[in-house]
Design a protein around this ligand. Sequence first.
Ligand code: GAP
Length: 408
Amino acid sequence: MAEKKQKEPKNELMEKIVSLCKRRGFIFQGSEVYGGLAGTYDWGHFGVALKNSIKQAWWKKFVDSRRDMYGIDAAILMNAKVWEASGHVAGFSDPTEDGKQFNVMFKTSVGAGEEAATSYLRPETAQGMFVNFKNTVDAFHPKLPFGMAQIGKAFRNEIAPRDFIFRQREFEQMEIEYFVREEDWERYFEYWKGEMLEWMEEVGLDMNKVHELEVEEADRAHYSKRTIDFEFDYPFGRKELFGLAYRTNFDLNNHKLEYIDEEALGKTVPHVIEPTFGVDRAILALLLSAYTEEEKDGEVREYLKLKPNIAPVICAVSPLLKNKPELVEYANTKVYAPLKMEFGRVAWDDNGNIGKRYRRQDEVGTPFCIVVDFDTLSDDAVTVRDRDTGSQARVKVSELKKYISERL
Ligand code: GAP
């Protein structure tokens, strides 16, 4: 029988985050109606929106804003020879409880009957880039240094998946393979360290909780000559968030790939600096960074202090009363529809009283709640309530797009 939902150790903050994620439609246990499947999670409407924000922020910074980066979206299923050459078949193992080594790649077969070939679900997106190195060079003729970037799913049959989305069996990575001349590796290693830290700050991670760990040789992956783990102070301890590795030219060498360096007038096998980011750990660290509790008049207000450009909902629109057709009509046609066209991530919320709507939007991390009231019908202005301060501003409907854009 399939292994079911994992038992999480008790941690009050983690329980609050897990519960909020379920209650507000961010993240659900995978296969929940059948008792769950350990190490898998399903992403609800707001979870997908948050993930998309994170992935877009990453792609914008590391691909779209640069001239030396080439995107790729490689197949998850690859020829098994890829994983033999990369060293994963021989060495991508974790010790089991009784010390037997267990290869954490998911094995599958491709094709029917005796013709079926063994394959694996990729345990890292990296190899999809290495095996497309020649295609990319032939298509775009990049000069060194240059990089390839990919966002996609990775799978590991983790022996002990745990801590919510921290250690899963199916997760997502955002990875860069940056190809350099061997003599330049140290310089680019430092450069990418800076770029990674900058991105973490840009999306809103609590940088006081981010720490660098120089990984000792015995703990490094088989391909790495130097690795820094960026660790995060999760409620269950200080653990890995992202990584930065110097992979030498191990992978390109093993795949027998080379590059004609016109400047150095000869064939070479470039060396690789690899900044790697787990999407799910980015989201967990972000939720933990943004989660805020505030006590006021004996009541606790929970909210996600997400940056407006990252939040799953940029603004929510409410008619003060949902049984007043003139308010509903105005809110829908003059406020919600144009904002939805402009920003996409706009919610309609007319459920319960205004206080309840604010609480709900606070938990989603919505930075602006817009209320259409009776005055709106005569002054064409709405109330915009700020998530973090609770302060309210009266803004002309004609100025709303500008008001929000300026704050994104
Ligand atoms: N290509 C290099 C590589 O895969 P890694 O440190 O094994 O390196 C990269 O994985 C990142 O993927 C980690 O820093 C982490 O953010 C994420 N990650 C790894 N295993 C994970 C898991 N079981 N669940 C969620 N995220 C994971």
